[in-house]
Design a protein around this ligand. Structure first.
Ligand SMILES: [Zn+2]
Length: 161
């Protein structure tokens, strides 16, 4: 996947990782709370859940995660891995309905060396894509190209799920 130039991710890159670690895993903390809207969780399944990326590359950037706090796929049982794939499938259907993208990037970064921001808790990314979306961003340059807020994204995806 081409890396998007995304200056709005600076707060993410500049965040205090040590302080975050001390508070605990952000995904586990979000899951423990009942308020799905505040924690940007759009779906809770049997063994896995779907959450908006708080620092999205584009509107509709979702992540699918197991409830279990593990780093690797082989740390999960088969039923959980199967549910992850089912949720990935539903996520593409929902994003297809809401955003009408021309394509998707699906994938995971396992380990910090592979680019994982939060390597301790496995998460699978789903990004809706449009032809030329990276070019568009580099053309307008240094502008956050998100046509809606995270709250709006959450409402739309939650309603369509
Ligand atoms: Zn966790």
């Amino acid at each position: 996947m081409k890396r998007l130039f995304s200056p709005w991710r600076m707060p993410y890159l500049g965040r205090d990782k040590a302080a975050e670690k001390a508070r605990g895993c952000v995904f586990c903390l979000a899951l423990e709370q009942n308020d799905s809207a505040a924690n940007l969780i759009v779906h809770r399944g049997q063994r896995a859940f779907v959450i908006l990326n708080r620092f999205p590359y584009t509107s509709g950037h979702l992540m699918v995660l197991p409830f279990t706090h593990v780093e690797q796929l082989d740390g999960l049982d088969e039923a959980t891995r199967a549910e992850l794939m089912e949720l990935m499938t539903t996520a593409t259907q929902v994003l297809g309905t809401v955003y009408k993208p021309q394509g998707f990037n699906l994938g995971a970064n396992l380990g910090a060396a592979a680019g994982a921001g939060i390597e301790e808790h496995l998460h699978l990314h789903i990004l809706p894509r449009w032809a030329g979306d990276t070019n568009f961003i580099s053309t307008v340059g240094e502008t956050r190209v998100l046509p809606e807020t995270l709250e709006e994204t959450w409402q739309r995806i939650k309603a369509a799920w």
